[in-house]
Design a protein around this ligand. Structure first.
Ligand code: NDP
Length: 248
């Protein structure tokens, strides 16, 4: 079967669950070789096997994107294995919600380090590889929280606004190198993200909010990413914002 991404190499961060896992499967189904990055080794091993069983090619890379050296190494590993990196999907992220007053500032550092700095480190490592090979595509996962700010989401939203700002400057800096940049802004998606919120009140609020609508599935976001990265070379899909139909 001919895939739209045959011969391409992709690296997906946060591939051990949710949107990243679905994206890795979707890219592999289109023929890309996919490097799967996250911290949970067992999950990556299972996903890697699933992709292999489906006739694709995948490689798990255990890395913490918040660690600059690990974020650089993951790109170098994929490049060493397959000789190029065409698509980088910066998806790894965490969400802690709660008021600013009385917040656990460790949660702020974690969100900034993973959602924002991790994405920047990976991009920094990918650019020389993409320039040397004559082009590439960087897909950054933001959120509707990168456009509108809710109470109790100050720092999560700050990271996602940051992803938007970084992506726009990046696009302007690298388009002449044939590197395309796409910002993806999902609304509510049914994943494990909300289950990891430490503030139990905020966790409960997210659960109830999700139950009040038909949320997007991770596969919906994966399909948008596949759309963006399979356009002809002259088309740069800069932004895709997707909300559930019943989300305001
Ligand atoms: P999940 O919790 O299912 O996935 C998060 C992924 O990020 C996991 O694979 C996790 O893997 C990985 N991750 C977290 N920290 C690190 C780290 N330090 N280094 C490497 N990987 C890490 O949630 P989603 O799929 O929902 O989230 C994916 C992205 O989508 C996030 O950026 C999130 O902000 C964004 N998003 C989600 C929405 C939603 O409603 N779910 C809406 C809008 C945006 P591991 O723990 O194994 O390292």
């Amino acid at each position: 079967m001919v895939g739209k991404l045959d011969g391409k190499v992709a690296l997906v961060t946060g591939a051990s669950s949710g949107i990243g896992e679905a994206t890795a499967l979707a890219l592999a189904a289109e023929g890309a070789h996919v490097a799967l990055v996250a911290r949970r080794a067992e999950r990556l091993k299972t996903l890697s096997k699933q992709i292999l069983d489906n006739g694709g090619l995948a490689m798990p890379i255990i890395a913490d994107v918040a660690d600059e050296a690990q974020a650089h190494d993951m790109l170098l590993k994929a490049n060493a294995e397959w000789g190029r990196v065409d698509i980088l999907v910066n998806n790894a992220g965490v969400m802690q919600l709660g008021s600013i007053d009385g917040a656990n500032t460790e949660e702020w550092r974690s969100m900034l380090n993973i959602n924002l700095l991790g994405l920047m480190y990976a991009t920094h490592a990918a650019l020389p590889l993409m320039k040397a090979q004559g082009g590439g595509h960087i897909v950054n996962i933001s959120s509707t929280s990168g456009r509108e700010v809710l109470v109790n989401a100050a720092v999560y939203a700050a990271t996602k606004f940051g992803v938007g700002a970084f992506s726009e400057a990046l696009r302007k800096e690298v388009y002449t190198d044939k590197i395309r940049v796409t910002l993806i802004e999902p609304g509510a998606v049914a994943t494990e993200l909300g289950n990891k919120i430490a503030d139990t009140g905020a966790q409960e609020w997210v659960k109830t909010w999700l139950q009040s609508k038909t949320p997007l599935a991770s596969e919906d976001i994966a399909a948008a990413i596949v759309y963006a990265v399979t356009q002809p070379p002259h088309v740069n899909v800069n932004e895709i914002l997707l909300r559930p139909t019943d989300q305001q």
